[in-house]
Design a protein around this ligand. Structure first.
Ligand code: AMP
Ligand code: MG
Length: 408
């Protein structure tokens, strides 16, 4: 057996960052920026009001001061004249400040009166210059590097790109990842199960994990345990995709043809990793169109395939997608009960439900049965407690948890 760290290092050494592509900002969510983004304009582009209210000269403001109202400025319009002594204009949030005005009194502090054409406003306060005014360039100045290469584009980052007027952006291409499952026992819902058959769950799980991680999955179907068909599926997958993830057929069984095929047409390493679940992993490359396409041969047991994806495929695919941080950090949590285990030379990953207590601390309880075929606990789990080789942890002790889903 090799350590998890060695297995991950091997897998990471076998993948490279993909090329840079120009994409619409609106479809760049989750992608990694290839270049720094530099602002070309002031943001905001003009001084504007932060409030609905009245624009005036701050020197004219005083408790009970009465000013003539000489216009209204809506957002998206510009005042037709400037403001002189004793004058004011109604102004809406985001509307440009009229020339001559240097402050805004918010509408809640104004009393409007006078007659049509002779309107006046009485303001309740003396306000300093700049009051409720957002100066031009207050947020961003031309030449500012607003986002740096390597940034993952969150909704906030997308908003920033739009704010500085970008419609396209250079990002590292998101890997297109083919997925197929193998197994003569597998059928697809809603077909009735025949004798000895089960439903294929891994393929859907892996497609979901890929999408959730920000990659582009390509479902290549359910392939029978037949050497020729598996070879066809592998060749098709590596020709069309940046990486391939397969489920099943990599153990020592008589019908584990994924192993046979990948050994023949690829450059594969078969690993036994000191972890539970997900001990077996095949990783290597298969040549296609002048490229060496990474292939992850994940074990067939449903929980093993998902844990193996999390620990090895996800970090490697993140590297291909240009991410700098590849693994999720673990967090500290309090064990609600004993997490007993025996020493077996392996690190155990225990499916747990992570919650936050009243003090804001993470707490963990087992998500249920821990067999590698127990899908129900995988569905319930939002974390994996990492138990190093040894006797496990006692109730009340602090354990490390790998979050695999949202806590709320
Ligand atoms: P294998 O790695 O092909 O020997 O499969 C190991 C175990 O996982 C067997 O019990 C299979 O029936 C099960 N299994 C393999 N592939 C899948 C799948 N796609 N969905 C659900 N169970 C599977
Ligand atoms: Mg099989």
């Amino acid at each position: 057996m090799i350590s998890r760290d060695d297995a991950l290092a091997f897998v990471l050494a076998g993948v490279d960052r993909l090329d840079t592509v120009s994409v619409a900002v609106t479809s760049a969510l989750g992608s990694v920026l290839a270049h720094d983004v530099v602002a070309a304009h002031l943001v905001p582009p003009f001084a504007n009001s932060a409030m609905d209210g009245v624009a005036l000269r701050s020197v004219d403001s005083a408790p009970g001061a009465r000013l003539r109202l000489v216009g209204t400025i809506a957002a998206g319009t510009v005042a037709s004249r400037s403001i002189g002594p004793g004058e004011s204009m109604r102004i809406m949030t985001g509307a440009p400040m009229p020339d001559g005005a240097d402050a805004v009194v918010m509408v809640e502090r104004c009393t409007f009166g006078g007659t049509p054409g002779e309107e006046v406003v009485e303001v309740a306060d003396a306000v300093p210059a700049g009051h409720h005014v957002r100066p031009a360039g207050d947020d961003i100045a031309p030449g500012d590097a607003v986002l740096s290469a390597g940034t993952t584009l969150t909704p906030g980052a997308i908003a920033l790109l739009r704010t500085v007027g970008r419609d396209r952006v250079d990002v590292i291409r998101r890997p297109l990842v083919g997925v197929f499952s193998t197994g003569d026992e597998l059928v697809e819902p809603p077909a009735e199960l025949g004798p000895g058959q089960i439903y294929d769950s891994n393929r859907s799980a892996l497609v979901g994990l890929l999408a959730e991680s920000g990659f582009d999955p390509l479902d290549l179907g359910l392939i029978a345990d037949d050497e020729e068909r598996i070879e066809g599926a592998v060749r098709d997958g590596v020709a069309r995709c940046d990486a391939l993830v397969t489920s099943g057929g990599v153990s020592m069984g008589d019908f584990d043809f994924v192993k046979t095929v990948l050994d023949r047409i690829g450059d594969m390493r078969w690993m036994q990793i000191a972890i539970k679940p997900a001990k077996p992993l095949a990783f290597g490359t298969v040549p296609s169109r002048g490229r060496a396409v990474p292939v992850f041969g994940l074990p067939g047991n449903p929980v093993s395939s998902m844990v193996s994806f999390e620990l090895f495929a996800r970090p490697a695919l993140r590297k291909m997608a240009g991410h700098e941080v590849l693994e999720r950090p673990t967090v500290a949590a309090i064990a609600e009960h004993d997490f007993g285990r025996r020493s077996d030379g392996k690190t155990h990953f225990v499916r747990v439900v992570v919650s936050v207590d009243d003090a804001g601390c993470y707490r963990v309880v087992s998500a249920g049965g821990q067999g590698s075929h127990h899908v129900a606990s995988m569905a319930a789990a939002n974390g994996l407690v990492v138990l190093d080789d040894g006797e496990g942890a006692r109730a009340g002790e602090t354990v490390r948890v790998l979050p695999i889903g949202p806590v709320i």
